[in-house]
Design a protein around this ligand. Structure first.
Ligand code: GDP
Ligand code: MG
Length: 183
């Protein structure tokens, strides 16, 4: 049996939960690269932040999943094409606490759809427990009104079962458009 390798990408702004989500579903500690972020760049954060996360996960099916986490900030977009290339699934993560989470999801969906036209997409909204006023249906409707029809779900990046569910949902799409049923 040939082993199938699949590439999955998490993209989102700093604090959206990428590193935590990848750690939640990894058997081993993921590889994370760090780079300094200065005041001028973010306007807030002075210490180092994780720029890229990577982990490989063996699925029950025997397939190998390569998982990448890439920052959603504009100034790091030089990394996006190489990470998006050949991706089967792309999860856009947004932090419910941020006022700009709709704009962030919209922008990242547009950019990554252009970079990976064959990929399946889903949006995961993190930190909803800290934001009781956040309405998932309203957020989903707002994305639809911007032309994005896709799975949008709450996900606590710290909860492996929730991240696992989101990833499995996305992986199940890979068959949706390739089925060639006899007439
Ligand atoms: N309360 C709460 N915290 C979360 C949730 N998802 C992620 N976090 C926390 O949010 C913080 C930022 O996550 P991190 O993975 O570092 O974000 P990254 O910058 O995208 O890699 C971490 O402290 C996580 O534990 C959530 O749904 N609820
Ligand atoms: Mg991180």
């Amino acid at each position: 049996m040939t082993e199938v390798t699949t590439k999955l990408v998490f993209v989102g702004e700093m604090g959206a939960g990428k590193t935590t989500a990848i750690r939640s579903i990894s058997d081993q500690e993921p590889v994370s690269t760090e780079m300094p972020i200065s005041d001028e760049v973010t306007g807030e954060k002075t210490h180092t932040t994780v720029a890229l996360d990577y982990s490989s996960i063996a699925l029950d099916s025997g397939d190998l999943l390569h998982v990448y986490g890439v920052p959603g900030q504009h100034y790091l977009d030089f990394m996006w094409p190489m990470v998006a290339e050949g991706a089967m699934g792309i999860v856009v993560l947004v932090n419910a606490e941020r006022d700009d989470c709709l704009d962030s999801a919209d922008m990242l969906l547009r950019r990554f759809r252009a970079l990976a036209p064959g990929a399946c997409f889903a949006v995961g909204v993190t930190r909803c427990d800290l934001m009781p006023a956040f309405s998932l249906p309203a957020f989903r409707d707002a994305l639809v009104s911007r032309g994005h029809r896709l799975a949008v779900m709450r996900v606590d990046a710290r909860d492996s079962a929730q991240v696992d569910f989101l990833v499995k949902t996305l992986l199940s799409y890979r068959y949706a458009e390739t089925l060639d049923l006899p007439a």
